[in-house]
Design a protein around this ligand. Structure first.
Ligand SMILES: Cc1cc2nc3c(=O)[nH]c(=O)nc-3n(C[C@H](O)[C@H](O)[C@H](O)COP(=O)(O)O)c2cc1C
Length: 199
């Protein structure tokens, strides 16, 4: 069965990114795929400590909740990541999770000795972000980070849903069109991963 991992990197349980991600998850589930949800704020995940225990096994040696997420990440066919914009990048919760995936970077480049720049995206990822302001370059830094992160996961940045002008908890509810777009994206991702046509 097709598996999607959906990671929520917001400190708010019912914040804008959580509401958007929930709709994407609903869309995917209604299309018949298995979606596992991870809420980073509920987990105990240490930052990367740069001890590079992962250089030998490709697996992070810090024993905490990241271990389960690592297994889910390795096993999934598709990925959804949602984060609020904090100081023009992803939230600290999201960045800590990303940094722990340095173990996958080590596996790919140091253990399997794949060449840098070689892209072989076998999987598809959806990225969702919400920010309060409306600047043209609001998502520039974040998108660079996400691109290289997804690349490490052998994942194509299949689609990004980036929303400006969302600040207070639940602001996104004033924009049913954003929620609908997230729902449709989830549905389409599931359909594409299942090898079915969305037409
Ligand atoms: C620590 C912090 C930093 C933030 N930095 C930015 C920023 O750089 N640009 C911006 O547009 N909004 C910024 N915001 C606002 C959030 O992106 C916005 O409230 C967003 O909707 C929160 O999403 P959530 O409800 O999913 O947590 C910041 C908020 C916090 C708490």
């Amino acid at each position: 069965m097709v598996r999607i991992l959906a990671v929520n990197g917001s400190p708010r349980r019912k914040g804008n990114t959580a509401l958007l991600l929930n709709r994407a998850v609903e869309g995917a589930r209604e299309s018949g795929v298995l979606v596992e949800e991870v809420v980073l704020r509920e987990l105990k995940i240490s930052p990367c400590m740069e001890i590079y225990g992962c250089k030998t096994s490709g697996r992070c040696v810090i024993q905490d909740d990241f271990q389960t997420v690592y297994d889910q990440l390795v096993a999934c066919d598709g990925f959804m990541l949602a984060s609020p914009i904090f100081f023009y990048t992803v939230s600290a919760l999201t960045k800590i999770f990303m940094d722990r995936c340095q173990s996958l970077w080590a596996k790919k480049y140091l253990i399997e000795k794949r060449s840098f720049g070689e892209t072989n995206p076998k999987r598809k990822g959806l990225f969702i972000a919400a920010g309060a302001t409306r600047g043209k370059r609001l998502f520039d830094g974040t998108l660079l980070t996400v691109r290289y992160f997804f690349d490490t996961l052998d994942m194509e940045v299949w689609r990004t849903l980036l929303y400006r002008g969302l600040d207070l908890e639940g602001d996104v509810l004033k924009h049913p069109e954003y929620l609908e777009e997230a729902y449709q994206a989830g549905k389409e991702l599931a359909i594409q991963l299942s090898g079915r046509s969305s037409m």
